[in-house]
Design a protein. Structure first.
Ligand SMILES: [Ca+2]
Ligand SMILES: [Ca+2]
Length: 320
């Protein structure tokens, strides 16, 4: 009987692995790549007027590069200008990438049928003249705000054409007083953990006035409310995370004095109500609670004595 159970569990495990979903990019993200058959100076940099550029076509009869996994083929289809090959002349592609956090890693895989040059913010990162050969680029200097990824590609032989750009960017959002991204309040209303809640009347959170919490040889610089909180009181905190890609790995490091509940887009993802544990940093996987576009982190901390403070630092890897 036990042997049968093991076999059943193995079959379930293997079946589960085979059934991993192959998901395309959401249409809003796929539509961000624009293309043109001619372009003026500055076409690959910020501020260029893309009037007349067309959303790319992904419906191409083309063989995919040998290095692309099934998951990558589903998510990152080869693209081209809808009008066709342009007789071997350059075809221009660009996508604006919005960065809201501090970029810790930016990595691109690029290939074309047949040739390409790849640019970031107007700077040439590299080129490849062999069809469907992978080039990989690690990019420094993706700044918060708008960035432009661009490629010039040519279809110089055969009946097929296409360009694929697989972007992976990891961002973190540490607390800073200047950014005023974390808002806080001592009272709240229904739906305060959700993305639609109006927190415009909330105050910016401020750096903690007490010494940083030290744990595992690291210092955790906390933030808190502008008011000194002492005794039994709840405080509420919110911030947004804008993701211009699909989150594929995301975690939050959190601690709260004296206890906390963390919500992502209204979903409770972590809580610690034991005073002896809540001040120790915990790392929580929040990947499944995030989506592309605007997300909201919401934290309730409950103080019972002494200062009240929070450390909450998200890190998200997204693909696009
Ligand atoms: Ca070709
Ligand atoms: Ca306390």
């Amino acid at each position: 009987m036990r042997g049968l159970m093991v076999v059943v569990l193995l079959v379930l495990a293997v079946g589960g692995a085979l059934a991993a979903p192959l998901e395309p990019l959401p249409p809003e993200l796929a539509a961000k790549w624009l293309s043109a058959l001619s372009a003026r100076d500055g076409w690959n940099a910020l501020g260029y007027d893309t009037e007349g550029w067309a959303p790319v076509s992904y419906d191409l009869p083309v063989s995919y590069p040998i290095w692309m996994t099934p998951a990558q083929q589903a998510r990152h289809r080869l693209m081209w200008h809808p009008a066709g090959n342009n007789n071997g002349q350059p075809v221009y592609f660009r996508r604006q990438l919005w960065v809201s956090g501090r970029v810790t890693e930016a990595f691109f895989r690029v290939a074309a049928d047949d040739q390409f040059r790849f640019y970031a913010n107007g700077r040439l990162l590299g080129e490849e003249r062999e069809p469907l050969v992978l080039r990989q680029f690690t990019l420094d200097g993706l700044a918060p705000g708008a960035n432009v990824l661009a490629a010039e590609a040519r279809d110089v032989m055969g009946q097929s054409r296409g360009l694929v750009v697989i972007g992976e960017v990891t961002q973190e959002w540490p607390f800073t007083a200047e950014e005023q991204a974390w808002r806080c309040s001592l009272s709240t209303g229904t739906g305060w953990t959700g993305a639609d809640y109006d927190d415009t009347q909330w105050q910016p959170a401020v750096p903690d006035r007490a010494p940083a919490i030290e744990a595992d040889h690291q210092r955790y610089e906390c933030f808190t409310t502008p008011q000194d909180l002492d005794g039994f009181v709840n405080a509420y905190f919110r911030r947004t995370l804008d993701l211009d890609g699909v989150p594929v790995a995301a975690k939050v490091t959190i601690l709260g004095d004296d206890s906390y509940q963390l919500y992502v887009n209204g979903q409770l993802v972590a809580l610690e109500r034991r005073m002896d544990y809540a001040w120790r940093p915990a790392t929580v996987d929040i990947t499944s609670a995030l989506h592309h576009g605007r997300n909201v982190l919401a934290v309730q901390i409950t103080n019972t004595w002494g200062p009240a403070r929070l450390y909450c630092a998200p890190v998200v890897k997204m693909v696009f």
